[in-house]
Design a protein. Structure first.
Ligand SMILES: [Zn+2]
Length: 498
């Protein structure tokens, strides 16, 4: 076998050592981790396995809180290098960024890089002039600085990542350890996968301000409640730079349509009548004039005038379709309602089913809470909550059982409404509403339910993650699988890609 001398070490052409001395190492005793800085506020997509073995000190440990770890594990490539705990693996994180992330979000993509020992005794064992170099084998990505050495390896160092051109295929960056004592030229000690980013997804969002006109409320009532978050521009900024951008989605918020303000004053007395199952503005003498009010809106308000979420969503579907048919029916868009009403049980509502539903609502208490907007739009874009639910006895309902329960409820409702004679509804707007409702149930039971559940299989215990679709204090990240689901729905129902 031919040999050559490389950096003073005798090697064969395949790179494996022929001689071994006590001071020569075949590989380093650490692995390198990339993770977001503490100042990260959603400016790019980053999805990594929260794992205490690989990231000592990590507050979140997915293995302990995920419903089915094998499903979660399958989301990440595994790099075959040792990690502290014998059973632990090196899961390669995913990065999703715009080609010029700073021009879109105002922030460079900046991550923290640090090495962690993996020999069990906490010793790193490297020389002062050893270093880790960041390499983009495809030449499309640049890390600055491109090397980290000495104490910075122990303490960690922030590094910036730039795309040199839009990525037309998934790419990666490797962290390669180099040392004159190493028997090989370099050893990969870390890696990031970077998703292709030559396509951006765009959505138009029409913002409807909904307020109670017989309580002296005006559009200003809504404006005053979103002032602390920068009003409409602040919400748009948050969606484009700190949340949906993680999935390469950009939105434009409109408060007007066809030069008319999208204001929706509503009379409490009208809502109260609807809640009593009464149509306060019948257009016909039809004996069925109250039908949809009885079936869909009765019980809309509780005794404190708080709204029942699903009934209010039905009511909005009904009323808005009549007020702005051009937006409601034909446009690819999302309709976001900011209402001064309170709901009985939630800060926001959006209906995931049918998957082409456009309406989402943010209620009074949450109007100044930015993350609610990303959370509700996440639902519209096909995302379920990341947490498992518990039944009345406190037992966890499995993902599969939850799907079955929902599916059977769609089937039951479909049977119920399918049997009504829609043609008996003389008021055309009533008939249209019921027809659309039945169509939605049909879609949901035939395909949407299965699709959505298949798309949202990864579940955790409630409140213990930092995912936007959890119920926790820190709603910050969308995951890689969520990026994909949202992009697919934008393309199908809500916007365009280019
Ligand atoms: Zn939710």
């Amino acid at each position: 076998m031919a040999t050559l001398i490389l950096e003073g070490v005798l090697k064969d052409y395949s790179g494996s050592p022929q001689t071994a001395e006590a001071t020569i190492k075949s590989r380093p005793l650490f692995h390198g981790c990339f993770f977001p800085l503490s100042t990260y506020s959603g400016e790019f997509g980053f999805d990594w396995m929260r794992d205490r073995n690989a990231y000592p000190g990590s507050k979140i440990h997915y293995a302990g809180i995920s419903e089915d770890f094998s499903l979660l594990e399958a989301e990440y490539d595994v790099l075959d290098i040792p990690v502290e705990n014998q059973e632990a693996k090196y899961y390669v994180p995913w990065l999703n960024m715009f080609p010029d992330n700073k021009s879109v979000t105002g922030k460079d993509v900046e991550l923290f890089f640090r090495v962690n020992p993996c020999n069990g005794d906490g010793v790193y064992d490297f020389e002062d002039d050893d270093y880790v170099e960041f390499v983009s084998p495809g030449g499309n990505l640049k890390v600055t600085p491109d090397k980290v050495s000495g104490l910075d390896l122990y303490n960690g160092k922030s590094v910036k990542i730039n795309c040199l051109k839009p990525l037309t295929a998934n790419d990666y960056i490797e962290a390669v350890y180099r040392s004159k004592n190493l028997t090989t030229e370099g050893e990969v000690v870390g890696k990031i996968n970077v998703l292709k980013n030559d396509i951006t997804y765009f959505i138009n969002i029409y913002v409807v301000k909904n307020y109670i006109s017989d309580a002296n409320e005006t559009p200003e009532t809504i404006n005053s409640k979103i002032r602390s978050i920068g009003e409409i521009n602040g919400i748009e900024d948050y969606l484009n730079k700190h949340s949906l951008n993680q999935a390469l989605i950009q939105v434009k918020l409109y408060t007007q349509y066809d030069k008319k303000d999208l204001n929706w004053p509503i009379r409490l007395s009208t809502l109260q009548a609807a809640s009593n199952g009464k149509n306060s503005n019948p257009t016909t003498d039809d004996v069925n004039k109250d039908y949809i009010f009885q079936q869909f809106f009765k019980g809309l308000l509780d005794s404190n005038n708080k709204v029942n979420q699903s009934k209010f969503l039905n009511y909005i579907n009904f009323r808005f379709g009549n007020m702005f048919p051009a937006i409601g029916e034909t446009q690819k868009c999302i309709l976001l309602y900011l209402t001064s009403l309170d709901s009985i049980s939630a800060g926001g509502t959006s209906s995931i089913f049918p998957t082409n539903n456009k309406h989402c609502i943010v209620y009074n208490p949450n109007l100044g809470h930015k993350a609610t907007y990303a959370h509700e739009i996440g639902h519209i874009l096909g995302l379920l909550h990341t947490f498992t639910i518990v039944d009345r006895d406190g037992k966890t309902v499995s993902h599969e059982d939850e799907r079955k329960i929902l599916l059977s409820s769609f089937q039951k409702k479909y049977g119920l409404y399918k049997s009504i004679e829609v043609n008996n509804l003389l008021d055309v707007t009533h008939r249209r509403f019921v027809e659309k409702y039945i169509k939605g149930l049909k879609r949901s039971k035939e395909s949407d339910c299965n699709t959505v559940y298949d798309n949202n299989k990864i579940r955790f215990k409630k409140g213990l993650t930092d995912n936007v679709m959890d119920y926790s204090r820190k709603l910050l990240f969308f995951s890689k699988s969520q990026w994909k689901v949202m992009q697919t729905e934008v393309e199908l129902y809500y916007g365009i890609k280019k």
